[in-house]
Write a protein that binds this ligand. Structure first.
Ligand SMILES: Nc1ncnc2c1ncn2[C@@H]1O[C@H](COP(=O)(O)OP(=O)(O)OP(=O)(O)O)[C@@H](O)[C@H]1O
Ligand SMILES: [Mg+2]
Length: 259
């Protein structure tokens, strides 16, 4: 998987755990267990990929981490503090978590710029800094030519870039990104890959990311886990997963091209 070498794969052996999941189990109803006894330690500054077939519970796990969904069993700890009972607004604010949702996340009748301003006015205390921050994000995410266009008219890629830009206004420490690379053209994917890796290298952000663009996702992850039948069936660096029989059996399949 040559593309992995473009980026820095970081060794986390000596780093402190930032976020841990302890024996998380969850079901929406009695007949269908979505997550069963999931445990995971995520060190600060890691990019962790969540892989798994459709419906295996990746978005559900993200929602459990952010507090949108309460697990039936188990604990979520951030910096050693048990946050399992902390409501989403307190959890995201106190521990600087930003959620980039799989769908939506925009005010569709507001322009790209107004979307950024709406979030910035809530989150940035120094009001004189708001316009500077908005302009910085518009430029960083190449939204200049569409900043006056209502969000509902933006292309899929422009919407994704805008929603990620909005997610950065709060200066997050942890970012949860649900399928940020879905349905994007190759150059936009590369631009977002670089942006995501820069968030890690420049700001030491911890990023948990799902996507079915598995090759593109593995190219930027330090570690990934594979969910299947409610469990973590494989976990490791992208190179380790390439040779993992469970990873191939439960997710990649025989014909998956890693390069
Ligand atoms: N509110 C809900 N009520 C009942 N079942 C739900 C609810 N939300 C999700 N599910 C079910 O939970 C399972 C896991 O859904 P989830 O959205 O977490 O999957 P996913 O791994 O993110 O899938 P995808 O790759 O398609 O995004 C699915 O079977 C889904 O139908
Ligand atoms: Mg999902």
């Amino acid at each position: 998987m040559a593309i992995v070498k473009k980026f820095r794969i970081i060794s986390y052996k000596k780093r402190d755990t930032l976020l841990s999941l302890e024996n998380i189990s969850f079901s929406f109803n009695k007949n269908h267990q979505i997550l069963d006894n999931i445990s995971l330690d995520i060190p600060k500054g890691q990019i962790l990929g969540l892989l798994g077939s459709n419906g295996t519970g990746k978005s559900t796990l993200m929602n459990i981490i952010s507090g949108i969904i309460k697990p039936n069993y188990g604990k979520i700890k951030i910096k050693g503090t048990d946050v399992t009972k902390l409501p989403v607004y307190l959890r995201t604010r106190k521990f600087n978590i930003s959620i980039i949702p799989q769908f939506g996340g925009l005010f569709s009748s507001m322009t790209a710029e107004q979307n950024l301003r709406a979030v910035a006015e809530i989150l940035i205390e120094d009001k004189s800094f708001i316009t500077t921050k908005i302009n910085e994000l518009i430029s960083k995410f190449e939204l200049d030519s569409v900043k006056k266009i209502e969000a509902k008219y933006l292309s899929g890629g422009q919407k994704r870039r805008l929603v990620i830009a909005m997610g950065l206004i709060s200066k997050p420490e942890i970012i949860l990104m649900d399928e940020p690379l879905a349905a994007l053209d190759p150059q936009t994917i590369q631009m977002l890959q670089n942006t995501i890796v820069k968030l890690q290298t420049d700001l030491n952000l911890t990023i948990i990311i799902t996507d079915h663009q598995a090759r593109d996702l593995l190219a930027i992850c330090d570690k990934a886990i594979i969910l299947s039948n409610s469990k973590i069936v494989a976990s490791g660096t992208p190179n380790e997963l390439m040779n993992d029989s469970n990873a191939n059996k439960f997710y990649f399949g025989k014909n998956f091209q890693f390069k």
